[in-house]
Design a protein around this ligand. Structure first.
Ligand code: ADP
Ligand code: NA
Length: 329
């Protein structure tokens, strides 16, 4: 029997992934490679929905691919590619857009949040239809599982709705995917505002980028907002800042928040932050070194991505041909 399919992607909209991207997504991707047939994509089409600089995009697309590899994505076992190299994504998105309700798309909370930040006039049609493109990304590969953070749950729901709608209207083409959300690390919070998720679109001192200067990573962790009281207790409601730090420490040291709480009995927030900084740097520093080494040979990286695109398109073209046939093209 074939191994279950996995699809996921990240946008090349920053020079570094942050703690949330790593713990919520990329780390799961690496683990899933062992017994899944995985497709990992740098979703550059998604990166132009809110205004961008072409040179930045080109640089960041390679940087994100190198990030995947540096974190342990194995191009021999997984298909690693760039979204714009496979035109089938945009082609399927058009078809899916034509079975998506305007009201249905208007209910996407990420769109509402991002549009609110950009102002109604500033938000593009591309930002609005982004979840439809994301549905196309996933459905093209007949994915069973989509490893993502909690913020993507609604988009995976939409993906299932659109796939199911197409299947019942035109005949079975798509497998309907399940979100794969790591419960413990589904929503890493901003270190300065632990009521909000850590996000590159919010940025600021509450964001910890893994490829950042180690000194700054340490500084940001040490100046994380903590809660009143002095005890290191896991209480996401009452102590969101401390609980977030405990979650991060547990994830990086391969333990549970209960164990962290036991270990820190009788110790304070300062000790906790020191341990978090150490644990994060133990992963971040070698990750950055590997990424830098990969970026020293862009031609090799491009060759690898071209090979990935070929493998991806072999699957994507088959799905798109079936879709076009069913639709009447
Ligand atoms: P961002 O949300 O920072 O703009 P992306 O949209 O490129 O980043 O997200 C890439 C992946 O990282 C997605 O699977 C997303 O769910 C996950 N992710 C983003 N932020 C967090 C977070 N704070 N906690 C857990 N996972 C996250
Ligand atoms: Na996101």
């Amino acid at each position: 029997t074939p191994r279950p399919r996995v699809f996921s992607g990240m946008q090349p909209t920053a020079d570094s992934l942050h703690l949330g991207n790593y713990l919520g997504a990329l780390r799961q991707w690496v683990a899933l490679q062992d017994d899944h047939d995985a497709f990992y994509c740098v979703v550059d089409l998604h990166a132009i929905t809110a205004g961008h600089d072409p040179d930045d995009l080109r640089r960041r697309t390679r940087a994100v691919a190198a990030q995947y590899l540096a974190a342990g994505v194995d191009p021999e076992r997984s298909t690693l590619f760039v979204q714009s190299h496979a035109p089938e994504h945009a082609q399927l998105a058009w078809v899916l857009g034509c079975i998506t309700g305007f009201g249905e798309a208007s209910r996407m909370t990420q769109f509402k949040d991002k549009a609110a930040r950009q102002g109604t006039e500033g938000a593009t049609v591309g930002l609005f239809t982004y979840p439809v493109l994301q549905a196309a990304d996933i459905l093209l590969y007949q994915a069973d599982l989509v490893p993502v953070g909690e913020d993507q749950r609604q988009h995976i729901e939409l993906t299932r709705d659109l796939g199911g709608r197409f299947n019942s209207r035109f005949g079975e083409v798509f497998r309907l995917p399940q979100p794969h959300i790591a419960r413990a690390t589904a929503k890493i919070l901003d270190l300065q505002d632990p009521t909000a998720k850590m996000s590159k679109s919010i940025g600021g001192a509450g964001l910890v980028e893994l490829l950042d200067d180690p000194k700054r990573i340490e500084k940001r962790i040490k100046s994380a907002v903590t809660d009143t009281g002095r005890d290191v207790l896991y209480d996401p409601e009452g102590k969101p800042g401390v609980s977030n730090l405990m979650t991060i420490l547990a994830a990086f040291t391969g333990t549970t928040v209960e164990r962290v709480q036991d270990d820190f009995a009788g110790r304070g927030y300062g000790d906790l932050k020191k341990a978090v900084a150490e644990a994060v740097l133990a992963t971040a520093v070698p990750l950055a070194e590997r990424q830098r080494a990969l970026l020293e040979d862009p031609a090799e990286l491009d060759r690898l991505l071209a090979r990935g695109a070929e493998k991806a398109r072999a699957v994507a073209a088959g799905t798109l041909a079936a879709v076009y046939d069913r639709v009447g093209f």
